[in-house]
Design a protein around this ligand. Sequence first.
Ligand SMILES: [Zn+2]
Length: 243
Amino acid sequence: MKKILLNTLLSLSMGVASAAHFGYDGEHSPEHWGDLHPDFAACKTGKFQSPIDITDSIEVKTHKALNFSYPGNADTIVNNGHTIQVNFQKDDGVLNFENKQFKLLQIHFHTPSEYTFNGEHFPMVGHIVHQADDGQLLVVAVMFQEGEENPVIADIWKNAPKKANQNKAMKKVAVQKLVENFNAYYRLEGSLTTPPCTEGVMWIIGKEPVTASKAQMETFTKIIGKNNRPVQKANGRAVIMSQ
Ligand SMILES: [Zn+2]
């Protein structure tokens, strides 16, 4: 398990999965991912895959606060052909949740959102990926709705390589600003939403969106295209709402 997660971590942080020729349309589209490579089998055979459509949830009375501490010392910004991703310096940001420390690895984006609420997508989502020392992955999803231009997004897009498989150095990203008002959330168990679709990932999905302008979302789509994996079967998974 740990080895798989570390390999995943490697491909996440490298931004370019060496084995991967996956995509979002044609013969490399999500419905074929499980057949593209033996390492991608979970995309087809997994039982707790992500994303899902969130319809019913169990509400919890005791709100478990999320303690974000993101100094924002970035390392590189990558266009890996699947997304735009900012990798953070080792041991930079941390998220404390349920007495466990998760270290910030990277943030990347999808248009439209991958998780849906009652069948509805948001036009964009940011996935903030963390990992604990024992290998446990935790992804925080920040939904974006159309509205005011977002200065954090402006900064990331301005620096993003326009061509696939390019990266460059990046110094600071005010990622903390994206979670300033993060409060109510859904929590569930799932997977990576890109090959190898590794399971055992803890998902925390913010209920309240932040804004980005229409032009900002279009800029992403122009560079990357639509990059959302369709919703998968929930298979009776518990979804907990905390607010
Ligand atoms: Zn993602």
